[in-house]
Design a protein around this ligand. Structure first.
Ligand SMILES: Nc1nc2c(ncn2[C@@H]2O[C@H](COP(=O)(O)OP(=O)(O)OP(=O)(O)O)[C@@H](O)[C@H]2O)c(=O)[nH]1
Length: 152
């Protein structure tokens, strides 16, 4: 196994062992997201260890699947063990012309009705690495283990 494969395997373990839940319907782009993040940065994992967050990936270009994605999301958030855990919804596949806008996706997922936790939504393309940096920043900011101490 090459160095790159070792790195990717280690990175995938981060999601399995750290408190980051990566959730979404089949084909939403979860694996593509992990690969996109892994290719994007080499140091962010130091910050994301111990993050406590839910990443919910939606195929924003598959409009027919959004209602199912909505009900799955709201059912998932009913779990008491997930109370209060910040949620980042990712509308993936924005490189496709049929992808919903951010506002349309937020409306169709009824994100405004989720009031028991912090909720954020980004539109991304794992294929074209659009907004992956914002996902990384969000994860860093939700890390439980890193204390950011200003120098001045
Ligand atoms: N156009 C486009 N295709 C994407 C993007 N992200 C993922 N895909 C494609 O969507 C398909 C599903 O991606 P995966 O990452 O395997 O999705 P998954 O959510 O892990 O799917 P499951 O393993 O079924 O749960 C693959 O054919 C990817 O190449 C994207 O940003 N744009």
């Amino acid at each position: 196994m090459g160095l790159w494969d070792s790195f990717l395997n280690w990175f995938r373990r981060l999601f399995q062992e750290a408190e980051v839940s990566l959730v979404g319907l089949q084909n939403a782009g979860k694996s593509a997201l992990v690969n996109a993040i892994a290719r994007f940065h080499t140091t962010w994992e130091l910050y994301c260890r111990g993050a406590s967050a839910i990443l919910y990936v939606v195929d924003a270009a598959d409009r027919d699947s959004v209602p199912i994605s909505k009900s799955e999301l709201h059912d998932f958030l009913m779990k008491s063990s997930l109370n209060g855990i910040p949620l980042l919804v990712l509308g993936n596949k924005t490189d496709k012309s049929e992808a919903l806008s951010k506002q349309a996706l937020m409306d169709q997922l009824s994100l405004e009705t989720i009031t028991d936790r912090e909720v954020c939504c980004y539109m991304i393309s794992c294929k074209d690495s659009i907004n992956i940096d914002a996902v990384i920043d969000w994860l860093i900011n939700h890390s439980k283990t890193v204390k950011r101490i200003p120098l001045v």
